[in-house]
Design a protein around this ligand. Sequence first.
Ligand SMILES: Cc1cc2nc3c(=O)[nH]c(=O)nc-3n(C[C@H](O)[C@H](O)[C@H](O)COP(=O)(O)OP(=O)(O)OC[C@H]3O[C@@H](n4cnc5c(N)ncnc54)[C@H](O)[C@@H]3O)c2cc1C
Length: 303
Amino acid sequence: MINTLISNILPFMPEKLVWLFSKDYIAGETIEQAIVNALQLNSDGMMTTIDVLGECISTLEEADANKKEYLEVIAKSEAAGVNGNYSLKPTFFGLLIDPEVAYNHIREVVAKAASYRNFVRIDMEDSPCTDLSIDLLRRIKEEFPENIGLVFQAYLKRTHNDLHNLSDLNSKEIPLNFRICKGIYNESPEIAYKQYENINKHFLEDVEYMFQQKMYPAIATHDKNVVNGTLELVKKYKVSKNMYEFQMLYGVTPALRKSLVDDGHRMRVYVPFGKQWFGYCTRRLKENPKMAGVIIKAIFKKS
Ligand SMILES: Cc1cc2nc3c(=O)[nH]c(=O)nc-3n(C[C@H](O)[C@H](O)[C@H](O)COP(=O)(O)OP(=O)(O)OC[C@H]3O[C@@H](n4cnc5c(N)ncnc54)[C@H](O)[C@@H]3O)c2cc1C
């Protein structure tokens, strides 16, 4: 109750106060800070995917500035030798203003990553973006087959079909690299499963389909049940450890993360950074009110 209440009033609290709740979940305001944290994760045996915080924009000038920021992030991260790739949200590049402009920007970002033989993943946003994001993947993959991936959301009823429809792009040489997650947006029950058990069931069915098709799934979850279900599928299909990875958000469930790393599974941490940390954190805290309680305890212990 109290956690939910706190999570709901967070967006109205002063930034400095929210920062106290949030600083463990973002990797800093600058790319330099994010790189330090990413290198630390690397030395603890994990890969990273760096994300510049920020979602909705209202002008194409902002889209252009965001592209320039990503190009700089890639150059700096590669120069620092970070073992990690990049994640981006297409609306950050103007997807809902002008999809062609967004395509050109994202193509340029992928080209930059490809010049270092690296990889960019298109995060999946809410349902008006789904088809547009799949189109982006198809177009960019033609030119950069090894350097681009996408995300699918297990809560969407369409996801299994989407995976099936894209399987023509899969090959032994270049397996499709898709992140599968539960999905974070508030979608209507017409298009999305709503119950925990149902979402988990479809999550594991999607992972199973990807194993059957010999795709490369990135299993993005902090849910022990989904992790254990995935490990059973790994055994069932005798999937080698270089054919999948787990992914978790920076600062979330570090014990579960470590246990997977200790058992030799690939782990990639999503490293969000940037000046727009406030929106990201209030959303994360609202998504998981339990977290507010954990953070409050930590604050009381410190004082
Ligand atoms: C690497 C990564 C990338 C993602 N990319 C996308 C994306 O592109 N599009 C999209 O829609 N969604 C994305 N998500 C979010 C995802 O869809 C879920 O909303 C989120 O991960 C919570 O679901 P869960 O699988 O962790 O399980 P849940 O059922 O939410 O949680 C299970 C347990 O995990 C722990 N836990 C879960 N979340 C948190 C948290 N935030 N803080 C603290 N503890 C937590 C709690 O102990 C909880 O009881 C991503 C998630 C990850 C990990």
